[in-house]
Write a protein of this length. Structure first.
Length: 315
């Protein structure tokens, strides 16, 4: 199979028929063998019934339905597990991503050898204040933190070699930083393609201030995990040892001062340096123990399902 199109969605009933027909026309005109996997992330507007109807009309349509809303990252993860195509395309269900871009993205993966190609919505039709400016800030911070030189991390229209989606683990709200996750797994041939962005035709945007804040928190998390996720002792152990050493030096100074320099002076317990030394050594020890616990958890953890699937279609 040439292409798997993975489409996570939440309450996008009005756009699904038009999106399906558009994708099918592009695939047929380019003679691609394909599948379309819709992941219903807890919709309450009848989106699942629309997916069921589309699957009756087109055997290439497949569906996954979550019991409730778990988030876009979980939806993508579930879709990636089911893909069978050599190239995987992800796109949003709101018709803001143009299916006409699929052949170009496919060529960059299959012919030019990219591991991942991210769309770049250079000209956007979103609200400047509500989404455009936050996206620019996100992208700047992500470039500086990750070293991945992309202009639009947030674009839902991306193409992947099948090895990429089978290797990465998308969780939390890390879908924004899939290129960074791919880089951390060793897939360094990451490209970018300017794609057409379209104004939303139906429904309303799911973007809000909560997603803006969560995006930055996830960026900090992915930076930390990329550097210390597989060796937590290197971070917590080094920080703990440093703090314990500083506290120990304070304690040694106090002891030498009391015994040899100023034996008639105040008791050690009456000096503020004593409490600084004590607290610093305690915190240093706690950090060191946290490093050990992190190593133990890392070696004994078991993956648990982060979502619960209600129904599947053609899978």
């Amino acid at each position: 199979m040439n292409i798997s199109v993975v489409i996570p969605l939440l309450n996008e009933k009005d756009s699904l028929n038009e999106l399906h027909d558009w994708i099918a026309n592009v695939m047929q005109s380019n003679h691609f063998s394909y599948e379309i996997i819709f992941i219903d992330d807890g919709s309450t507007d009848g989106s699942w019934q629309t997916i069921e109807a589309l699957s009756q009309k087109n055997n290439a349509v497949k569906g996954i339905r979550f019991f409730k809303n778990y988030g876009k990252s979980q939806a993508l993860h579930a879709g990636f597990l089911e893909t069978q195509g050599n190239v995987i395309i992800t796109m949003d269900a709101d018709l803001q991503d143009n299916p006409e871009e699929i052949p170009g993205l496919y060529k960059m993966i299959s012919d030019e050898g990219y591991d991942l190609v991210s769309g770049w919505k250079k000209k956007r039709y979103d609200s400047v204040i509500a989404k455009n400016l936050p996206s620019k800030l996100f992208n700047w911070a992500a470039r500086k933190t990750s070293g991945v030189k992309l202009n639009d991390f947030n674009c839902g229209l991306k193409a992947y070699n099948k090895e990429v989606v089978k290797s990465i683990n998308v969780y939390g709200e890390m879908h924004r930083y899939i290129p960074v996750l791919a880089k951390n797994e060793g897939f360094s041939n990451i490209g970018e393609k300017i794609v057409q962005h379209q104004a939303r035709k139906y429904g309303k945007t799911k973007f809000g201030m909560e997603r803006f804040i969560n995006g930055f928190l996830d960026l900090i998390s992915i930076w930390f995990l990329s550097k210390f996720g597989k060796r937590p002792m290197h971070f917590f152990g080094a920080l703990g040892a440093l703090m314990f050493f500083i506290g120990f030096c304070f304690a040694m100074y106090l002891g030498i001062d009391k015994l040899f320099i100023n034996p008639e002076g105040r008791l050690i317990t009456q000096r503020p340096q004593f409490y600084i030394a004590l607290v610093t050594m305690i915190i240093g020890t706690q950090f060191f123990v946290a490093g050990f616990l992190g190593e133990i958890i890392l070696r004994s953890k078991e993956d648990k399902d982060r979502y619960k699937i209600d129904k599947k279609i053609n899978l």
